[in-house]
Design a protein around this ligand. Structure first.
Ligand SMILES: NC(=O)c1ccc[n+]([C@@H]2O[C@H](COP(=O)([O-])OP(=O)(O)OC[C@H]3O[C@@H](n4cnc5c(N)ncnc54)[C@H](OP(=O)(O)O)[C@@H]3O)[C@@H](O)[C@H]2O)c1
Length: 337
């Protein structure tokens, strides 16, 4: 069911990732309303819609901020502090909720906690609709195609560097000890020593050493693809970047405000000795999160899906269509290899 209401509230609107979301929402014909706790920084964005000031600890302020909107995109992280009150307020406003969380515990919590309330309100709650959580889920779903179960899902991420934003650093610190891995069909604490492997990416990346990581992808994929094992590995060098307190934040270098960082994500879904693959490459993991989140809003408010409940990208959307829609500006070679 499509809606004529084009108003979309963006919580945490002056953050780094939110700016990509705002741009992409406008590109897709929506009217973003900037929401956050600092009026001056909201005004400085210079958007057409007047800002709405709201604090996650003040439900009335969130209700005022989300009045009349069709969807809310939550970009205010760490989401451990914001996701529940913002999702609750979105549901009270009968607006769809989308966030860009990379946090496993938060994503698990939202999927469990908000399915029934979202169904009652006739809206969708879509967490982790970003590089981590969203892209891997879309790729795994595209690769799996008509398989609804698999023996194993492997996500391999090549990053040439990872220059983290302030929000990423804060989020890492707030979520210390909250990480899990997905083994034997269950989420369990990670091993004390993370596994490494060598993965052959297409040229020009070639073979890279990767280290196992806990990612929102394990949560989003496990929510709808029946499989006992989902592993995520990422360039060992990129993990070293974010662990180093001296690594600087990203610097915009192109007309879209993206950094020079490049990514390649390979997903391999295995069943009975057969392997199916899907891959995507692009630039700037923060930058690509804008079209992923805005694309989710466009599909939620369009006619293509009837969205209700707490769901993930791969579960709700046509993964191949979504990935192709991001070519060529935001993704390259999204399907197959
Ligand atoms: N899944 C992914 O792939 C992915 C991709 C990109 C970003 N992210 C996540 O998105 C979050 C934001 O990242 P970023 O790079 O945009 O960081 P950022 O530039 O530091 O922006 C964070 C934004 O959130 C707001 N905020 C934080 N805590 C808040 C609170 N308690 N109440 C209200 N507003 C709050 C900040 O406002 P104030 O300055 O007023 O605090 C700011 O607007 C992080 O958690 C990051 O991990 C995930």
């Amino acid at each position: 069911m499509s809606t004529e209401n084009k108003l979309v509230a963006v919580m945490g609107a002056y953050g780094h990732t939110a700016k990509f979301v705002l741009t992409q929402l406008s590109e897709l014909g929506f009217t973003p309303i900037p929401v956050g706790r600092d009026r001056e920084r909201l005004l400085a964005l210079g958007l057409d819609q007047p800002p709405r000031v709201a604090d996650v600890d003040d439900p009335d302020s969130l209700d005022r901020a989300f009045a009349g909107v069709a969807a809310v995109v939550n970009c205010a992280g760490p989401f451990i502090d914001t996701a529940v009150p913002v999702a609750e307020a979105a549901i009270r406003a009968c607006a769809h909720y989308v966030d860009v969380a990379a946090e496993q515990a938060v994503t698990l919590d939202l999927l469990a906690r908000f399915d029934e309330p979202a169904r009652r309100a006739g809206v969708a709650v879509v967490p982790a609709m970003a590089f981590y959580g969203g892209l891997g889920d879309l790729l795994a779903t595209a690769a799996a195609a008509d398989w609804t179960e698999a023996d194993d899902v492997q996500v391999a991420i090549a990053l040439d560097s990872w220059l983290p934003t302030v929000g990423s650093r804060r989020t890492g610190a707030r979520n210390a000890g909250n990480h899990v891995v997905y083994v034997d069909g269950r989420f369990v604490p990670p091993p004390s020593v993370r596994s490494t492997l060598n993965w052959k990416f297409p040229d020009p990346i070639g073979e890279q050493q990767l280290t196992e990581m806990s990612s929102a992808d394990q949560v989003t994929i496990a929510h709808h693809l029946r499989t006992p094992r989902i592993t995520v590995h990422i360039s060992t060098g990129a993990l070293a970047d974010i662990k180093d307190p001296a690594t600087p934040p990203p610097v915009p270098v192109d007309e879209l405000g993206r950094s020079a960082q490049t990514f390649q994500v390979d997903v391999v879904v295995s069943r009975g000795g057969e392997q199916r693959r899907a891959s995507a490459s692009g630039r700037d993991i923060y930058g690509v999160s804008g079209p992923l989140a805005a694309g989710a809003v466009a599909r939620l408010l369009g006619a293509a899906v009837t969205p209700v409940g707490a769901v993930t990208a791969g579960e709700l959307f046509d993964a191949r269509e979504f990935l192709r829609s991001l070519e060529p500006v935001h993704l390259s070679r999204p399907i197959g290899r």
